[in-house]
Design a binder for this molecule. Sequence first.
Ligand code: PNW
Length: 441
Amino acid sequence: MNFSRSDFPADFLFGAATAAYQIEGAAFGGAGPTHWDSFAATPGNVVRAEDGARACDHYHRYEEDLDLLKDGGFDAYRFSTSWARVLPEGRGAPNPEGLDYYDRLVDAILARGLKPYQTIYHWEMPSALADLGGWTNPDVGDWMADYAEVIQKRIGDRVAAVATINEPWCVSYLSHFIGHHAPGLRDIRATARAMHHVMKAHGRTMTRLREMGQKNLGIVLNFDHTTPVDDSPEAARAADRWDGIANRWFIEAASKGTYPEVVLEGLGPHMPAGWQDDMAEIAQPMDWLGVNYYTRNFTAPDPEAAWPSVRMEKGDLPVTQMGWEIYPEGLKDFLVRLSRDYVGEMPIFVTENGMAWEDQIENGAVFDPERADFMERHILAARDAIAEGANVKGFFYWSLLDNYEWAFGYEKRFGIVHVDFDSLKRTPKASYHSLKSILTR
Ligand code: PNW
């Protein structure tokens, strides 16, 4: 890879990211069931109906995994804490084993000189709360703030930064309108509720954590680079609707306390009563913004389809194992746009960027030159954004380990470390070694 640390500001952090359900093994350590366990068990939702019950067994192997980060020369580790591991019923009595586990994990991160970047909610809604409607229930913000208080009381003194929620778009739209993630709904009313309640939960959790004295609070949003499929006014309007749903809804609420008009045109009739009263709490001052970026799409109008009446099309760039086009310029565009239009000087971290690839394994070594190239191009795109004025302070590769890729089960491999899901043996890939040679130089 052709860049060096000296191409970046001295305090720029290089890290790798994971999420609890995707690596820990949900069946270990007294964790309660989550809506992902039941979603995965329902045929048709997940490839081979795989779940996160064992995953990478990180719960028992975190020391080995953190050694890989340290040996690779990384500065920071982005991980998430699992609601159902901390509170098996979602509310009420905590699980002492779960709290002990995160206590040990944070100490083990610090012992290796890494900065812990915590995400409070990365998608495992406890089943007991999912049964009450999960993200569609107006009380979910209070439930989440209560959970956040319990986990932060235990580890909040030692984490470097905290994100409330990972990818509210996936939590709400992808899960309640497209039906691709748990709870797998396709319902406009549930979608409008979830899209608002997820932001209300962000605001409520921010308020609670500030009251507790927690420092360095933010949110992690995903962004989908979209362009009208052609020059027609219909395509321009379709792309604007899609950009409103996928990109502007969440950042506009968090930074300005408003939702885009073009989205309210469709969701307005389905919004929970009195939603306007929550907007001030949602727009809490934040300390940092996390940006997850993977690909681009072209938006076409689709008058046959229900609101928002759009269809996604692809361009002709090479794609990853997910079928996602590789478009590093889109990352630069978002970083510049977000700093210009929404967050100004507030630090931005690329909290996820990575590629799934069918890695070639020969004689126990994993060759993935495509991934090294992907990383280099996106890291350089972040550098280009800095040159254009964006205050980008770090880059986390997704992911440290091959892991449970949600609806795709264990089929899609994003890791810079290969995991054999039978033996659970870890093998750093060539991309890990080439990044290491830069970070440790
Ligand atoms: C993110 N989409 O998910 C998540 O934060 C990770 O947990 C996940 O493993 C990673 O990206 C790779 O997929 C997304 O359909 C899942 O647009 C789906 C979409 C976007 C992000």
